[in-house]
Design a protein around this ligand. Structure first.
Ligand code: F6R
Length: 239
């Protein structure tokens, strides 16, 4: 795996944004899958600035949401749909017909998985993915020991994921299940960016770079032919 270490979170965000812009410029019409969460937010801001400077056209590609907390929708601050629309799709001016995201309020999760998978299949698969690494190594909601599943997944959340979830919501919410794109489906992308920042991620970043291990989902992508790990110095401190 390629590893790029930058001095701090802001420099890292700029580097990731420029690499994403280069990908988008070279692949009009591609299908991109971005993580929500805190890690990519500054890269989204930098990417939108690049568009304002006419360095990239973010409307030239298509998007699929990575995941959603089952039971949450756009009206809940901290849901993936709220985070992605408010921080990326809306400020970037992405047309509605270029985006499909999971509806965590759909009680029929099988129908929801099928709806999103059809969008992925229609577009010939995911071409590019930007993933954050969770404290337990999860990518999307591919939790420890869930392996490399093809298609979309409905999954019981790991205890670490449930406890970390509190940071996203105004008041803690009893989230139990997630819906999202499977790690095997993500691994089919021709380009994978993994991103992590801060000292609290140093241990899991180290494990991400070691022998692939089902206990650490992010490590299952480290043998992808075109994967780059973007980290700041704090997250790289144990490498
Ligand atoms: C978000 C997601 C999660 C996060 C991961 C890291 O859509 O799927 O896998 O990317 O938990 O979260 P942050 O960036 O908040 O540390």
């Amino acid at each position: 795996m390629n590893i790029i270490v930058k001095q701090d979170e802001q420099t890292l965000a700029q580097t990731v944004a420029e690499a994403m812009a280069a990908y988008i410029n070279a692949h009009p019409g591609a299908l991109l899958c971005f993580a929500a969460g805190d890690t990519p937010l500054s890269a989204f801001r930098a990417l939108i600035e690049l568009q304002k400077d006419n360095k990239v056209d973010l409307t030239s590609v298509y998007y699929v949401g990575l995941d959603e907390w089952v039971g949450l929708g756009a009206e809940t601050r901290g849901s993936c749909v709220q985070v992605m629309y408010d921080n990326y799709y809306t400020p970037a001016g992405i047309p509605a017909d270029h985006v499909r995201v999971f509806d965590g309020l759909n009680k029929d999760v099988e129908q929801e998985k099928t709806r999103i998978q059809s969008w992925i299949d229609e577009r010939g698969g995911i071409d590019f993915t930007l993933l954050g690494i969770g404290m337990n190594g999860h990518i999307g909601f591919n939790e420890p020991y869930s392996g490399l599943k093809d298609g979309c997944i409905y999954i019981e959340l790991d205890d670490t994921t449930k406890s970390v979830s509190k940071k996203y919501f105004d008041t803690p919410l009893p989230v139990e299940y997630g819906i999202g794109v499977g790690a095997g489906e993500l691994k089919k992308a021709d380009t994978v960016f993994l991103m992590a920042s801060g000292a609290k991620k140093a241990e899991i970043v180290k494990k991400t770079t070691q022998t692939p291990d089902e206990a650490v989902p992010s490590s299952l992508l480290n043998d992808h032919l075109n994967v780059t790990l973007f980290i700041d110095e704090a997250a790289a401190s144990l490498l």
